[in-house]
Design a protein around this ligand. Structure first.
Ligand SMILES: [Zn+2]
Ligand SMILES: [Zn+2]
Length: 335
């Protein structure tokens, strides 16, 4: 098979590699779509640990083409979306609901490749109503679903989201599915604001056209929102998001801030307003529930850019520059 091999920094080459052969509890998946993740950008910039040479790519969907001896052979042909790792349900991390940090995790192989090797327990069937390509959004979306579930959104709650990349968009959309009332999403890129509208945002805000705090005050009668999410990873925007919350509101940190940065908030305000600050990092227990939630959304054109295997470096660079909404690799596309 062909794979896109990462050789460090932003160097990728398409190479031949042996076809994967499944162990007893594994599947081989013909990869349909792999989303490029902010983590891939961080890896190529040396900001996230990974050792070359390696096949990267972890947000993927595809079709099962072979199964190991202990797996039901009728699964061949299933459309699936694949988790990065398995979880055991039994270790301390799993018991705390942090399945993504399971101490006995078994990883799926890198998916910037024609085929991937996946533990059978990691492959979730794509439901009716969710396209195989859009199913590749499950992994990033599951982190947002997990974050929203931890925030206990109540019917009619007002929500503001700063940042309309994939994480901000899904955070807003899942808040809406959880019963939120008025939702406001702010992003400077018109394509992303349009996608926010498509996914149910009531108000979209362009930071070039006035202060978000004013828009939130208008929308909430000056009270502020129940939930403000920061989905960019900017300490300055975290501070801004806190100012949007009403007393007893929640500040959700879903963006990845630079290592070593400190909470840039006014502690007097924080204590006076009785704010809850919630971090959201991983998929928690939400991965297998996410495809059904995604099937509720209109994801037409969510993936804005597609590249064949030889386009991994270019796709990662485009993602790093914040171009479009979501960029994906399609390993079956001809070069
Ligand atoms: Zn990811
Ligand atoms: Zn575990």
């Amino acid at each position: 098979m062909r794979v896109s091999m990462w050789h460090g920094r932003d160097e990728f080459t398409v190479e031949e590699a042996p076809d994967p052969s499944p162990g007893p509890e594994d599947l081989v998946v013909e990869v349909d779509t792999v989303g490029i993740c902010g983590t891939d950008v961080h890896i190529t910039r040396g900001l996230f640990p990974s050792t070359p040479p390696a096949v990267l790519g972890h947000e993927f969907s595809g079709k099962i083409v072979a199964v190991g001896s202990d797996v039901d052979a009728s699964r061949v042909g299933e459309s699936v979306v694949c988790d990065i790792t398995t979880h055991c349900f039994e270790c301390e991390e799993c018991k705390d609901g942090r399945w993504n940090r399971c101490e006995r995790a078994r990883p799926s192989s890198g998916a910037y490749a024609e085929f991937a090797l996946v533990p059978a327990a990691s492959a979730v069937v794509v439901p009716q109503g969710l396209a195989l390509e859009a199913a590749a959004l499950t992994e990033p979306a599951s982190c947002c679903l997990s974050g929203i579930e931890m925030c206990n959104v109540q019917q009619g709650d007002t929500v503001a989201v700063i940042g309309g990349g994939a994480m901000g968009l899904f955070t807003m959309a899942f808040a809406k599915l959880a019963g939120a009332g008025t939702t406001i999403l702010s992003d400077p890129i018109p394509e992303r604001r349009a996608m926010a509208k498509q996914l149910g945002a009531d108000i979209v805000h362009d930071p070039a056209e006035g202060d978000l705090a004013d828009a939130v005050a208008d929308a909430t009668g000056g009270r502020g929102v129940h939930l403000a999410a920061e989905a960019v990873g900017s300490p300055e925007l975290v501070r801004k998001a806190l100012d949007l919350t009403r007393p007893r509101g929640t500040l959700l940190l879903i963006g990845v801030s630079p290592r070593g940065t400190r909470l840039p908030i006014n502690l007097y305000e924080f204590q006076w307003r009785e704010t809850v600050i919630r971090g959201a990092f991983g998929r928690g227990t939400a991965f297998a529930r996410t495809p059904d939630a995604l099937a509720e959304l209109d994801l037409e054109n969510f993936i804005t850019h597609r590249y064949p295997l030889s386009g991994v470096a270019e796709g990662i660079a485009a993602t790093g520059q914040g171009i479009g909404v979501k960029t994906a690799i399609k390993p079956q596309l001809p070069e």
